[in-house]
Design a protein around this ligand. Structure first.
Ligand code: NAD
Length: 264
């Protein structure tokens, strides 16, 4: 299938590892000019080098940014504008908040989660969507979590704020549909990355189970019987960012090997 995105420019945030990195590399493989952002220059350099070694058509450009910080986001936006890039594919991805219960989450942690998972999405959209509107083409993707469909115990900030982000993006999808711009959420559940591993370690310690016991129980709840890979996730994300995905908008697509019990 011709994905019709060769030569377009994508910004992928949180792209130094895990799901974000896989999406950045797969877009680059499809001939997209990819701008990658994360908090560490060294980590970005590694992704850029990996893309170069794979012989991708365009060299990636890296931008250091802490997405939870407003002024850091302002710098990112100005640097991209000054470099002359016009973003037509915007992939929002960032790290997940620490696990906490609702009652134990300090007000500062709620505010930090809101900045990181909600404000950053609004801010970058307001910066880059006008160019997409002018071009009458654009793709906005946000990596969220299956917690927006089935809240996960102990992930108070993620459950709550990602749901608000999903509702905001659904509203935006209505506003942007007349411009040929699609807006979708891609919700991971069980993708093997550092984030999932850290959460599993924390739960294991709490339950007192051994790694083998915990993993056996966890995998039993996944019909596929295994974790997914970042590449299985990015394959879906890249399709949603493509030309042929032009009629998919306002949706949340989940990748969880069938673990989610709800039918929607
Ligand atoms: P990860 O922690 O492995 O990678 C997160 C990426 O975001 C890294 O590149 C990191 O450097 C970057 N990042 C973190 N905080 C940042 C900040 N403030 N500013 C800029 N960059 C920042 O996570 P992952 O497993 O690849 O997941 C991606 C997203 O999906 C996360 O928000 C995670 O919580 C969510 N999620 C993942 C799963 C899963 O199955 N892996 C399940 C549910 C939700």
């Amino acid at each position: 299938m011709d994905l019709q995105i060769r030569g377009k420019t994508a910004l992928v945030t949180g792209a130094s590892k895990g799901i974000g990195k896989a999406i950045a590399l797969d877009l680059a493989r499809e001939g997209v000019r990819v701008l990658v952002c994360a908090r560490s220059q060294n980590a970005l350099d590694e992704v850029i080098a990996e893309s170069k070694a794979a012989g991708h058509e365009y060299q990636m450009s890296g931008f250091v940014c802490d997405l939870s910080d407003r002024s850091s986001r302002e710098t990112l936006i100005s640097q991209i504008r000054e470099s002359g890039h016009v973003v037509s594919i915007l992939v929002h991805n960032v790290g997940g908040p620490s696990p906490t219960s609702v009652m134990d989450t300090h007000m500062a942690a709620w505010a930090q989660g809101f900045d990181q998972l909600f404000q950053s999405v609004v801010h970058l959209n307001q910066a880059f969507v006008p160019d997409m509107q002018e071009a009458k083409w654009g793709r906005i993707l946000c990596v969220t979590s299956i917690s927006v469909l089935e809240p996960i115990a102990g992930l108070a900030v993620s459950n709550s704020i990602r749901s608000a982000t999903t509702a905001m993006l659904k509203t935006l999808s209505d506003e942007l549909a007349p411009y040929g711009i699609t807006v979708n959420c891609v919700a991971p559940g069980t993708i093997a990355t550092d984030r999932l591993n850290n959460l599993m370690q924390a739960r294991m310690q709490k339950s007192g189970q051994t790694q083998a016991e915990y993993e056996a129980e966890y995998l039993k709840a996944i019909p596929m019987g295994r974790l997914g890979t970042p590449q299985e996730f990015s394959a879906v994300a890249v399709f949603l960012a493509s030309g042929p995905a032009s009629y998919v908008t306002g949706s949340t697509i989940t990748l969880d090997g069938g673990k989610r019990r709800s039918t929607y």
